[in-house]
Write a protein that binds this ligand. Structure first.
Ligand code: COA
Length: 414
């Protein structure tokens, strides 16, 4: 799906393309991340599968990853990341029009993880949905929200990438389980009349490569509750052809970044930072070579988190902003790739407007906390009232029958 090629090559950098010029721009105004406390090092991994720290580091660049506790899930991590992003943006949950969760490890098929988070936030004016595009999902979600904002349909959205990959990897397959980790990142996108924000995006898919990377089961092919899975793949567990995915990834990173920067009217070398999906350091090194750029242009933190699928770009973005690698007016690139096969690249002109004065921030933080508590209260109240209604419903027919019986006794049929 080419979403933005309107044939306006050479248009002025800083002006988004693909939609009529509405004068509305979609800017990142908040960012947040949440990772579990539990760290699993490569040495810890070697107690589970036949591997070594040396093998994992030399083939992938990964040193450790985070693993969710029993109390954590895709929704709870996503919620925390979203709350942090709302704090930075100084946006109230009731101001959100849209909650998108990009994930490959959703809490359920439905209700969506996005709907759970929407309720926990108290985002009572928002629509919510999960987006399934594997590790490209966050960039897809950003583009869906940005287009909605630029068209004038909505003003504010939170896009969350959240994963508990530890629940869906095959812990007996050393070729995949060593790569993945858990975590969440989120971004608040907001309408602004300041030029910039999301400038261009390339979204692509090649379903013919669907067998190279997948997570089978729990779908409409599950006739009679028994999924037949080919090639020894396991239901609910990820499988991957590492070599083929490696080749695919190195090809599409360069290709899609070049297309996205062309559309934005800039060059790849103009990007201050490229925030890529954090799959493998060697993939990114190969992509840097093919793009003829210095690999330091890529933001990399996969050594500490591994591959967190749809969460990896927003987590890396948070750390890039927090460490001062991204400043106002910088051009920033995102590039994601993964199962589907899917891939996506995006160019933004960073321009997070100044946050509100500290006093307003403080008051709004209290208002957000109040909204979260109110959301918890509302959920409890709704559950209790549903139970009460059920109870009354069960009692009511008996009451009617009883009244009828008494009436019949008083007024016998003739
Ligand atoms: N520890 C030790 N040895 C391992 C191992 C592990 N965790 N995993 C595989 N091996 C072994 C293999 O069994 C094989 O042994 P053999 O030669 O005796 O048969 C050997 O290492 C080489 O395996 P191979 O699969 O060719 O390794 P590789 O260099 O291609 O690296 C990946 C494997 C998975 C690291 C690499 O293919 C990769 O990163 N691919 C992309 C994956 C990815 O990023 N996926 C997510 C995209 S969103």
């Amino acid at each position: 799906m080419a979403t933005t090629n309107s044939g306006r090559a050479g248009q002025r950098a800083g002006r988004p393309i693909g939609l009529p010029d509405t004068g509305i721009y979609a800017h990142v105004v908040g960012w947040g991340m949440a990772v579990p406390d539990k760290i699993m090092t490569n040495d810890d991994m070697s107690a589970i599968v036949d591997t070594t720290d040396e093998w994992i580091q030399s083939r992938t660049g990964i040193k450790e990853r985070r693993i969710a506790s029993d109390k954590e899930s895709t929704a709870t991590l996503g919620l925390k990341a979203a709350q942090r992003a709302l704090d930075i943006a100084d946006v109230l949950p009731t101001e959100l029009d849209l909650v998108i969760v990009a994930t490959s490890s959703a809490e359920h098929i439905f209700p969506s993880t996005a709907s759970l988070i929407q309720a926990w936030l108290g985002a009572t004016n928002a629509g919510a949905f999960d987006l399934s595009a594997a590790c490209s999902g966050f960039v897809y979600g950003m583009q869906m929200a940005a287009q909605s904002i630029r068209s004038g349909a909505i003003r504010t959205a939170v896009i969350i990438g959240s994963e508990t990959m530890s629940r869906v990897v095959d812990w007996s397959d050393r070729g995949t389980c060593i790569l993945f980790g858990d975590g969440a990142g989120a971004v608040v996108l907001r309408a602004s009349d300041t030029e910039g924000g999301v400038l261009s995006a390339i979204l692509r898919s090649d379903g013919t490569g669907g067998d190279l990377l997948g997570l089978p089961g729990f779908g409409s092919n599950d006739i009679d509750g028994v999924v037949e899975i080919a090639n020894g793949h396991r239901q609910g567990k990820m499988h991957m052809n590492g070599g083929e995915v490696f080749k695919f990834a190195t090809r599409v990173i360069g290709e899609s970044l070049t297309q996205a920067t062309d559309q934005a009217g800039i060059k790849v070398s103009d990007l201050k930072v490229i925030v890529p999906h954090q799959a493998n350091a060697r993939i990114l090194q190969a992509a840097a070579r093919s793009l003829k750029i210095n690999e330091s242009q890529f933001m990399m933190n996969l050594d500490r988190y591994g591959n967190t699928s749809a969460a990896s770009i927003p987590i890396a973005l948070c750390e890039a902003v927090q460490t001062g690698r991204i400043l106002p007016d910088d051009y920033v690139g995102f590039v994601g790739f993964g199962g589907g096969l899917t891939w996506a690249a995006m160019v933004l002109k960073w321009g997070a407007p100044q946050s509100a004065p500290a006093a307003t921030n403080f008051i709004n933080r209290q208002r957000r906390l109040f909204a979260y508590n109110l959301a918890t209260f509302r959920r409890t109240l709704q559950r209790v009232s549903r139970r009460l209604n059920n109870l009354i419903g069960r009692l009511r027919p008996q009451g009617k029958m009883e009244r009828l019986r008494k009436r019949v006794e008083r007024e016998p049929f003739e």
